[in-house]
Design a protein around this ligand. Structure first.
Ligand SMILES: [Zn+2]
Length: 325
């Protein structure tokens, strides 16, 4: 498994944001505390100055002074704690609250990656891993029309539909930055919906985009964890990636358990990405009519109005391939 540069940089940015958030929150708490308790600010100034004195005394070997400085700092600290707690503050309120105490949200301890950072990379790789494994086999160089029979008399000629789908896909890729288009790939099981989505993913990953591929079932697991899970900070981070990645692929929509919770979550996901000009590809076994019945009207209208709809027809290609052996 390998991580793309874009994905790695996105994790670095995430850590940077975390640190900035902690520092900004600290500055706000500090400002509030200092305005309510001006003496605390004076004490902090006094302690800082005594710390410098201590350093100088240590260099100059002035042992007697060291004792006196230490006692003064202790007294000032005690007074500060007293002031803080009488006003309802914790001593830690004057420290930054980092998520990870090991690396202070830098991701590194010295030159070593922190365990939290490694965990984060594994999570991102996990998101990509489904796709990483299949992309060697499923890309435009292996895409073949031979599985789509030419049925000129049929209203849904599989070959024509597949050729049209391939054209739309190439168009989608070539105008990825300019258009922020979205695709809804419909068709029965085995007609190559995921294959087509994977072709697009491979092409975009190769061009340096950050792509996340999730089955609908997995997506709703993650969305559920973000709301009900025990490790919410964690799933919150994953959720952010899902909302922010360049391309999100939701595979096999309709296989998950549908309820009002998943419907709301799905709408938020689709809508937020639309608002942020981020492209999404959804594949589904369901017909448009079934999509309309299974999901809310506002989801359906987003799909119909903001997604390019691709339909694939034909026999179950996986079965054909198995028979070909
Ligand atoms: Zn850490």
């Amino acid at each position: 498994m390998s991580i793309t540069r874009a994905a790695f940089e996105s994790i670095l940015r995430e850590y940077n944001d975390k640190r900035l958030r902690a520092e900004r929150a600290l500055a706000e708490r500090k400002a509030e505390i200092y305005s309510r308790l001006p003496e605390v600010e004076q004490i902090n100034g006094r302690i800082a100055s005594l710390s410098v004195d201590t350093a100088i005394a240590r260099i100059n070997g002035a042992g007697a002074d060291l004792d006196s400085y230490r006692r003064q700092i202790e007294e000032l600290s005690a007074r500060k704690q007293q002031l803080l707690s009488s006003a309802g503050y914790q001593p830690s309120d004057l420290e930054p609250h980092y998520e990870c105490r090991l690396c202070n949200d830098t991701g590194y301890i010295g030159d070593e990656m922190c365990s939290c950072f490694k965990k984060r990379i594994r999570e991102v790789l996990y998101d990509q891993s489904n796709i990483g494994r299949v992309l060697d086999q499923e890309n435009f160089s292996t895409f073949s029309f031979k599985y789509y029979p030419d049925e000129p008399d049929s209203q849904n000629n599989p070959l024509q539909a597949a050729k049209h789908a391939a054209r739309v896909a190439v168009d989608f890729i070539n105008n990825f930055d300019a258009r922020h288009d979205n695709l809804l790939i419909c068709g029965e099981t085995g007609v190559g919906k995921s294959f087509l989505a994977n072709c697009i993913a491979k092409e975009l990953i190769d061009r340096g985009y950050f792509v996340i591929y999730l089955s609908a079932v997995k997506l709703f697991d993650i969305l559920g964890d973000a709301v009900f899970g025990s490790d919410r900070a964690d799933s919150d981070q994953i959720l952010k990636q899902i909302m922010k990645c360049d391309l999100l692929i939701i595979d096999d929509l309709g296989t998950e358990l549908v309820n009002s919770f998943t419907t709301t979550q799905l709408f938020n996901c689709i809508n937020e990405r639309l608002l942020a000009d981020k492209s999404t590809i959804i594949s589904s076994n369901l017909s448009l009519e079934q999509l309309q019945n299974n999901y809310s009207e506002r989801i359906f209208s987003r799909l119909v109005n903001r997604y390019t709809i691709i339909k694939l027809y034909g026999k179950d290609i996986r079965m054909i391939k198995k028979l070909e052996g």
